[in-house]
Design a binder for this molecule. Sequence first.
Ligand code: GDP
Ligand code: IMO
Ligand code: MG
Length: 432
Amino acid sequence: MPAIVLIGAQWGDEGKGKATDLLGSRVDYVVKFNGGNNAGHTVVIGTQKYALHLLPSGILTPNVTPVITNGVVVDIEVLFHELEALISRGVDVSRLLISANAHVITAYHRTLDKVTERFLGKRQIGTTGRGIGPAYADKINRLGIRIQDLFDENILRQKVEGALEQKNHLLVKVYNRRAIIIDEIVDDLLSYAERLRPMVADTSLILNQALDAGKTVLFEGGQATMLDVDHGTYPFVTSSNATSGGASTGSGVAPNRIDRVIGIVKAYTTRVGAGPFPTELFDESGEFLRANGFEFGTTTGRPRRCGWYDAPIARYSARINGVTDFVLTKLDVLTGLTTIPVCVAYDVDGVRVDEVPVSQSDFHHAVPIYEEFPGWSEDITGARSFEDLPLNAQNYVLAIEAMSGSRISAIGVGPGREAIVVRHDLLGADEV
Ligand code: GDP
Ligand code: IMO
Ligand code: MG
């Protein structure tokens, strides 16, 4: 099974980093194909905890080649900062490859992200403030700066001039900020060029050749299905395609080379930032999930909004992404609850709706219809096989599996690398 896509099935922070790390030693390449340093993946290896933002989580595994492809937006200052932090902890980062076609996040993207959010007032998205939206907007507007532009000063200057022509008017006249100085941006970007040069590559060619040679390539999605710019809760989304299709456009590896899609789904739901969230809890149950699951953002430290498992969302994700296997994470966080509600459908203005409504207004009004399952009080963090789980935990998993549109192949029972119950091999090694 050479090409596998791993994506978030809810609103992010499902534990994609841990799942990638889990597969780590069995894959040859780990590819980040969308987003930028808005992602925050926490990986716990023994007593060591790593927080990765721009770099793919596979960078922590010896002998894996981490790759940043064309679909990513790269803040180069953050890139070197993250690399240096890993080097100082003894991680070998020497194999990292970056696409010449990846776009660059500059200081003016970060500035614009912050001022536009402020001007949105009540309609704020609650972005991570990393310049993601403005960098993708420039890409789509054909005003973006790409990694390859850093190696031609004339081209770079022309492109920065072009990008700033309108933006400086906007910053000064509308947002009351100082104009961005072209030379400062150009000099800043050029200062990284020589350090960057050895990492820059035709990543689409390299990945396709790797697949031809029978290597295993794991595409690690940032963000998640419900944050996808096309399939998420627009406009409360990120600006890239976080769904499995994004792995193809974001890397130049064709859809028919992808063999497996692994959806990461939490045993409950969380969301950071604004936007609809039908099962959100505002009571002590929400506090319970936040405290037990330590639901605070890896990137911004913001408390995450918490709610019960939403089966229509899991089904939607299974469909949009073609999920072949789910990894259900953080089941241990539910330990201690007497009953566990699961959203099985919605009530939209008095009508039962079984799937995620296509109309955003309907989704805003959707009131969850819950089915309740008995909880368990036994500590499950030591469980390593399905039978090790208390019967009520097994039944909870089987019940949500039946509603979620694909099989649950692995179950997370703690943050550590070893805290996992595997029911089916995620790379399909147990299939005939
Ligand atoms: P990502 O963005 O999808 O990679 O997820 P984050 O790293 O932002 O958030 C997931 C958090 O849950 C991290 O702190 C992980 O260490 C932690 N985690 C992952 N799987 C499990 C699990 O099965 N149980 C518990 N308790 N924590 C987990
Ligand atoms: P990982 O990869 C959770 C959210 C932000 C905001 C919206 C847009 O760790 O799962 P952006 O800065 O991307 O323009 O913000 O998307 N968001 C995430 N929420 N996990 C993430 O990444 C996220 N990346 C962006 O909170 O609501
Ligand atoms: Mg995260």
